[in-house]
Design a binder for this molecule. Structure first.
Ligand code: 5GP
Length: 190
């Protein structure tokens, strides 16, 4: 059993995991270290390399897969996303808590390596509300359709998760997850 706790934040696409992640990281009492993913997606203007993601080309990503440097990876909207393993292993071994934000499909692989990870699935207020949010965020109809379809498929995976949180409000969702984390740590010890 690892010394630190791995908290995996997952859920349907566009459900607002990023805002909850930011609230979790702002709470210093939780002492969470964020695991930065690697992606082949182009950097958006507001993003920073090495903070939001490690932005790499396809060859670098393929090399990382081949040399088993990634805990898990996935393809989404034509780009690859993956979780570098070494940093997580290091942090957990020295007793730090680590936060990962991934798509639901990646969680199985994570649980295989870290069976005592706490995985929390973020659900929307309703599927209608989520669709509204997606369509407001993506003007381009094809991108919006892709995400709506993906989100409804991902919602079908939600029943596999014992820990679920509704995202009506990011701060409130964060409070619920913080409580789950405290209970999870207590159960791990006991
Ligand atoms: P975005 O391009 O909007 O930043 O991310 C697209 C999706 O990829 C989001 O649902 C995000 O949670 C997911 N994602 C980001 N990093 C990883 C990762 O390392 N592994 C997996 N499986 N999904 C990721």
């Amino acid at each position: 059993m690892s010394k630190g706790t791995l908290l995996v934040l997952t859920g349907a696409s566009s459900v607002g995991k990023g805002a909850i992640r930011d609230c979790l990281l702002e709470d210093e009492s939780l002492q969470l270290f964020y695991s930065i993913s690697m992606t082949t997606r182009p950097k958006k203007e507001a993003e920073k390399d090495g903070i939001d993601y490690y932005f790499v080309d396809r060859k670098t990503f393929a090399d990382a897969v081949r040399s088993r440097e990634l805990l898990e990876y996935t393809q989404f909207d034509g780009y690859y996303y993956g979780t570098p393993l070494a940093y997580i292993d290091f942090l957990l071994k020295i007793g730090k808590n680590v936060l990962l934000e991934v798509e639901a499909q990646g969680v199985g692989q994570i649980k295989l390596r870290y069976p005592d990870a706490l995985a929390v699935f973020v659900v929307p207020e309703s599927m209608e509300e989520l669709e509204k949010q997606i369509r407001a965020r993506y003007n381009d109809q094809a991108s919006a359709d892709l995400r709506v379809n993906k989100a409804s498929m991902e919602m079908e995976l939600s029943s596999l998760f014992r820990h679920q949180v509704k995202n009506n409000d990011a701060q409130q969702a964060k409070e619920e997850i913080a409580k789950m984390l405290v209970e999870h740590k207590a159960n791990k010890k006991g």
